[in-house]
Design a protein around this ligand. Structure first.
Ligand SMILES: Cc1cc2nc3c(=O)[nH]c(=O)nc-3n(C[C@H](O)[C@H](O)[C@H](O)COP(=O)(O)OP(=O)(O)OC[C@H]3O[C@@H](n4cnc5c(N)ncnc54)[C@H](O)[C@@H]3O)c2cc1C
Length: 354
């Protein structure tokens, strides 16, 4: 299968760009990667999908979202915010009390859930929460938290606290400021036609949000006939390719056989025997060559780190190829931020000039 590396959306301060989707629809698209259930996407399915994800506790899916706020608070109150969630990206702007604070929705939810005893922070928390649940896009991601008493008890005290929150920091704030751009800009990327060996390397980057095709839920039978596998570059002459493909065809047959055996097995033949259970155990036979879709979201700072590690000549050829495809797109989309990665003449690696 041919490799396809696509930017699904990005944030440059003010709102989601590079897509017609709103942030909730992007969360749905990324989340459905796990089940490859894209056919279930309709004009109004994103809300229901998101509610289900939150109800069932799969909050990693809502990490495919990014919020940047321009806040004016005292350093003391900023510290209180960070004590409740130190995963936020924070930068100080001109003027002591102006800060950019960015993070994904899960970070904000975790922040809201913490019951900090520092009073002023709780007021800020309540006001921010109120703003989010009144926002027509973001509300659905926070409404279920309204039962947390500490979030709603302090709105009325807001007048006593000097702070402002701006939901839409303008692009000019970031102008000529590489540090701000790297920390607060964010990109969501989908990789298709890459192997499970590739995704297994990509998921090692811990400061990313990840949603990956589930081999428990997805039926991988027929991967051979569907050309849903990767041939390593070293398997290059016709005889070797023939041998390799013959083995994969055989494994595909074994996978189907095991599915059948598991379906028929007496002890499995209970209410619990369902598609997921069968696939979950049949997958033990699958090779790393089988393709696996994956969506990864993170800040530009982390993307830069990933490019540095994975475009280098020592990186494995498949991840190197995919990351160079992506680097080329980033260089066009974010002029000046990735220009010091120099792609080798053969196009097979890139080096970061320091
Ligand atoms: C050529 C190559 C060969 C490799 N071979 C192997 C191998 O044989 N076996 C193997 O297991 N892995 C291997 N890896 C994976 C590698 O060890 C890392 O897990 C992977 O590259 C993720 O990168 P990272 O750890 O720098 O940072 P990321 O997870 O991308 O994190 C980014 C940054 O966040 C910070 N950070 C995140 N989490 C922590 C933490 N818990 N503590 C402190 N700082 C943190 C660090 O500053 C880090 O630089 C290989 C990678 C490459 C590129």
């Amino acid at each position: 299968m041919e490799r396809k590396v696509e930017i699904l959306g990005y944030v440059k301060g003010n709102g989601l760009k590079g897509t017609n989707l709103n942030p909730i629809q992007l969360i749905e698209l990324a989340g459905r990667t796990c089940y490859k259930s894209y056919k279930r996407i309709t004009d109004d399915s994103a809300g229901k999908f998101t509610e289900t994800v939150l109800r069932t506790g799969h909050e990693s899916v809502i990490e495919h979202s990014w919020l940047s706020l321009l806040i004016t608070v005292s350093p003391e109150n900023l510290l209180a915010i960070l004590l409740d969630n130190n995963l936020f990206q924070v930068s100080q702007l001109n003027g002591q009390d102006n800060f950019l604070l960015s993070g994904n929705v899960r970070m904000f939810r975790d922040y809201f859930r913490k019951k900090n005893e520092i009073f002023k922070d709780r007021v800020i928390k309540s006001i921010l929460f109120e703003m989010l649940i009144k926002n027509k896009i973001w509300a659905i991601l926070f409404e279920d938290l309204t039962n947390l008493g500490h979030l709603v008890e302090n709105y009325h005290s807001s007048s006593k606290t000097a702070f402002t929150i701006d939901f839409a920091p303008k692009e000019e704030i970031f102008k000529n400021n590489t540090d701000l751009q790297l920390k607060h800009w964010w990109v969501c990327v989908r990789f298709r036609g890459c192997s499970r060996a590739f995704t297994h390397q990509l998921v090692r980057h811990r400061l990313t949000a990840v949603s990956q095709e589930s081999q428990r839920y997805c039926d991988e039978s027929g991967f051979f006939d569907d050309d849903y596998f990767v041939i390593p570059t070293t398997v290059c002459d016709r005889r070797l390719i023939g041998w390799y493909e013959e083995k994969l065809r055989e494994i595909d047959r074994w996978y189907k056989e095991l599915q059948k055996l598991l379906r028929n097995a007496k002890e499995q033949n209970t209410k619990e025997t369902n598609k997921a259970k069968v696939n979950e155990d049949a997958r033990f036979l699958l090779p790393n060559a089988v393709c696996s879709e994956i969506v990864i979201s993170c800040s530009l700072e982390e993307w830069r780190h990933i490019f540095k590690m994975r475009c280098a000549i020592h990186a494995q050829w498949e991840i190197r190829g995919a990351m160079i495809d992506l680097l080329v797109q980033f260089q066009k989309l974010f002029p000046g931020l990735f220009d010091n990665f120099v792609i080798a003449e053969d196009g097979e690696s890139a080096t970061l000039l320091v």
